[in-house]
Write a protein of this length. Sequence first.
Length: 367
Amino acid sequence: MIKLVKIHSYEVGLYFRNGEFRGLLEGGWYLLLDAPFYRARVDVVSQRAPWLVHEKLDVIVKSGALNGRAKVLDLKDYERALIWIDGRFSHVLPPGLSAYWTTFCDVKAEIVDARNVRFTHADLPVIVKSQLAERALESVTVPAGHVGVCFRDGSFVETLPAGRYAFWKNVAEAKVVPVDTRAQILDVAGQEIMTADKVTLRLNALVTYRVTDARMAVSVVEDARQALYRDTQLVLRALVGARELDGFLADKDGVVQEFEDGLRRRVSAVGLELISAGIRDIILPGEMKDLLNKVTEARKAAEANLIARREETAAMRSQANTAKLLQDNPTLMRLRELEALEKVAASAKLNVVLGEKGLTERVVNVL
């Protein structure tokens, strides 16, 4: 059987006879004989699509037919290639044998050693969004206000600032753990703690902290925030349990300071820095609250009674001193009498009724 094959000017024919590659055919018309002992076949490929993909590419490359017409890449297991076509990034090439036509396109290949695991490049944002990138690269983004703790095969490698990063797949197990380094607030609510005199209190604490050593925060404990929560509970129980209720309420500032100091020593061991810590609420049982109100009311009533008695005693002492002074000074007594008459005359009409002789003389003497 004879077949007629048309090859355009931008195409190339891959000529096979009896399964063996025989060479390239340029553009034009060709007659092919397909007989039992002479089977000819032509696979027409376009050079406008630069990437030459064929099941017998290794045979074609070894024949030397592509010399000067295509760029051939034979990547080892630890190598990857970045393919640029006409100055634009095209794709990431995995290991293996590949070929690209260079007749109609400018093909540039940048070979990268993937054994470094972490891939760095000036055009990283463009590369990770390209085709085949997900098959070769794993992209990780560390948000703003965070750092990324990078591990390779379970071992710590480095701490990465905020940004986008990429790691080669199938080379090593790379993992990036994002850690928030901003100041954070931990609300420890509803902690029921018994004092030394067997009074149960409900405490609400507030802790402000930040991560200062991201590696320790993810390596020393499974969850640094949960560890801080437990440490806050333990420190509170130790402080309140060693005090009686009256001592605790009387020295709340001292308790808060001890609470902050004790917690600061604990959190530094897991890579955290304590900014502030305090007891927000102290809630007493209902019956204890009523009892304390009664005690406070009785104490205030006793203080008020004591102040009243003290003032009354002072007033009586002052009156006694005045009486003694007037007794010892008659002239001073007369002056006091005149002041009294002056006040009465100024405030109202004064009528003086004179009766018996002795009273008249005394009034005249006063006036």
